[in-house]
Design a protein around this ligand. Structure first.
Ligand code: FAD
Length: 335
């Protein structure tokens, strides 16, 4: 959803900050660093940040955005985001504690949009329900997971979703016909799911979701969870900051294989490097900047195109100003 963003009107930002601070006291920050809110631990601050704790906070935000037209970033666990070093110039929304609930109802599990996916997997095991154990190794939230149609080992959230509650906080024209800020219950067939994607409109926030699971023994679900964790430890750079898969798999071969064929495993730019463990992961050392990661992304895309005729598309979402589109070289460089 977040993409390149133009200059932001300083007066609109000032007005939005004042209105939000009045309506959501204690939950609004100016210049809040986003790096600690991402698994990459990179990137600059959000000009304006709201930690929403109620539907009323979302209504307030929707009204402020409608009045100011400021760009919106919804940030979950930040596990699929690369935030620009200059940060996010608009409003960032994060769902707070009130949206972190998880409940079991028969063979269905309902969770708030801020609930971590590993917590959903753990709760499913405790309730002896199978079908969502794969989520244990996906370090995102339910809301981010629904938007990204997160999945692993051949199963994805779309396979289990019964409904999602969606609040259109920005660009109401793009979403369901509802007063801004009010939730709509949406069925999976309305969400346009495909591989690691949904057609959730920009400005739409998933505040809750319900999943259909199947009875299983707790031991079987726990064994699946342990196996998913073991697989991650053996195959991914679990101890270095990263954003998961950088590129979606192109039709020709796995994206990690593309980078291996190009000989890019271990390749560095500043504090960022292509992981030695899995070439579709870029890892960040102390002192790394988002710009370092971007250099590697652009280089991999250019070399894949020029040397292999393969078009790579990023799975990680770029937030803020990263210069020209990824398929064009940045000014003053060979790409
Ligand atoms: C080590 C590692 C392993 C990973 N493994 C996998 C994997 O196996 N499978 C997989 O699918 N992904 C994987 N990922 C990627 C990532 O965890 C998923 O894409 C996850 O669903 C992102 O959730 P998030 O809450 O972190 O979203 P964020 O990264 O914060 O945001 C991602 C997108 O979702 C939007 N968003 C966030 N919250 C909401 C909300 N409440 N409502 C609407 N939109 C929202 C954001 O605006 C953004 O567009 C991995 C990442 C890491 C770091």
């Amino acid at each position: 959803m977040p993409a390149a963003v133009g200059p932001v009107d300083a007066d609109a930002l000032e007005a939005a900050a004042g209105q939000l601070a009045d309506r959501c006291p204690g939950r609004v920050s100016r210049g809040l660093p986003l790096a600690p809110m991402t698994t990459f631990r990179l990137g600059g601050p959000a000009a304006l940040f709201l930690r929403a704790e109620s539907g009323a906070d979302l209504v307030a935000l929707a009204e402020v955005l409608a009045a100011t037209r400021l760009p919106l970033l919804v940030i979950g666990r930040g596990s699929n985001l690369l935030v620009a070093d200059a940060g996010w110039p608009g409003v960032a929304l994060h769902l707070g504690q009130r949206f972190r609930r998880v409940e079991v109802d028969g063979t269905e599990l309902e969770a708030g949009g801020a609930m971590p996916l590993p917590g959903v997997a753990a709760r499913s095991a405790a309730a002896s329900l199978g079908g969502i154990a794969f989520a244990v190794a996906i370090p995102g939230t339910v809301g981010g997971g629904v938007r990204m149609n997160a999945g692993a080992h051949g199963t994805e959230l779309a396979d289990r979703l019964v409904w999602a509650d969606v609040v259109q906080v920005a660009d109401p024209a793009a979403g369901p016909a509802r007063p801004p800020g009010e939730p709509t219950r949406v069925k999976p067939e309305e969400l346009g799911f495909s591989y690691r994607r949904s057609a959730l409109p920009p400005g739409a926030v998933v505040t809750a979701a319900r999943f259909s699971l199947a009875p299983a023994t707790e031991a079987a679900v726990r064994a699946e969870i342990d196996e998913a964790r073991r697989w991650r430890r053996d195959n991914q750079p679990v101890n270095q900051p990263n954003c998961g898969s950088v590129f979606a798999n192109p039709p020709e071969m796995a994206a990690g294989r593309v980078l291996e064929v190009l000989g890019m495993k271990g390749e560095r730019s500043g504090g960022a490097s292509v992981s030695e463990v899995h070439a579709n992961f870029i890892v960040a050392a102390d002192g790394a900047r988002s710009a370092d990661v971007l250099v590697l992304i652009r280089r991999a895309m250019r070399r894949a195109r020029d040397e292999l005729g393969i078009t790579l598309r990023t799975e990680v979402q770029l937030v803020g100003d990263f210069g020209p589109p990824l398929d064009q070289p940045p000014e003053g460089s060979g790409g």
